[in-house]
Ligand binder design. Structure first.
Ligand SMILES: CC(C)(COP(=O)(O)OP(=O)(O)OC[C@H]1O[C@@H](n2cnc3c(N)ncnc32)[C@H](O)[C@@H]1OP(=O)(O)O)[C@@H](O)C(=O)NCCC(=O)NCCS
Length: 187
């Protein structure tokens, strides 16, 4: 259970007295940390997505989007951010977000948390953090895409003020599609 929380650029949490050992922070990832992030992504995807998409699509999307070279592009692209949620030296999760080019719109492109840490409010913490970052950049809309069958994520997004705006089916190559809801939140 989380205690009081302070959202800053490097977000810190003051934890409840029962869990004084927990003091996670959110900060920008470094190039040297991208292999760790890729491994965390692989673990989360293998745990979470077999119930939603095929193993072949999981393998394809991991290679396409979570190879360290692809992640490096996120670090190198202006107005793109890739931030990790850390507990000491351990990365628990991460968020990737960028300015879309539409006026005052930020897109949350990745939001992932190690399964062991689900259900403690840390996903909401990452969402609050990205919301604060979007506001810092003058955005009035935060948008995202989520698989229509990803019920736990949709629940977390609704809890944090996102609503379904539209449904899309996006061809991502190799015969695969992303069958998504577009959700958005007015800031
Ligand atoms: C989406 C995801 C990041 C949400 O993470 P999460 O930490 O479980 O989500 P939340 O922060 O909203 O946690 C809320 C749960 O924690 C509980 N909780 C406990 N302490 C809490 C606190 N201090 N604050 C808020 N919620 C708290 C809530 O009651 C809620 O439980 P419930 O779901 O039984 O109602 C996570 O499920 C995930 O990584 N999923 C796999 C990857 C994925 O699908 N990503 C999205 C791709 S679009």
């Amino acid at each position: 259970m989380l205690g009081t929380r302070t959202i800053t650029n490097a977000t810190t949490l003051a934890m409840s007295p029962q869990t004084p050992e927990l003091d996670p922070i959110i900060r920008a990832c470094r190039t040297s940390e991208l292999p760790t992030l890729a491994e965390l992504a692989r673990h989360i995807w293998q745990q979470h997505y077999p119930a939603i998409i095929s193993q072949a699509q999981i393998d394809y999307m991991l290679q396409q989007r979570y190879h360290p070279a692809a992640l490096q592009t996120e670090l190198d692209t202006p107005q793109h951010w890739l931030d990790g949620l850390w507990l000491g030296e351990t990365m628990l999760g991460f968020a990737n977000y960028f300015c879309t080019g539409q006026p005052a719109e930020m897109k949350l492109d990745k939001l992932y948390l190690h399964p062991h840490w689900h259900g403690r409010g840390l996903g909401s913490l990452l969402l609050e953090y990205v919301t604060a970052r979007a506001r810092q950049h003058g955005c009035d809309t935060l948008t995202l895409a989520v698989n229509k069958h990803n019920t736990t994520a949709i629940k977390a997004y609704r809890r944090n003020g996102f609503e379904v705006a539209e449904q899309v089916v996006v061809d991502i190559g190799n015969g695969f599609v992303m069958d998504d809801f577009i959700m958005s939140k007015a800031l």
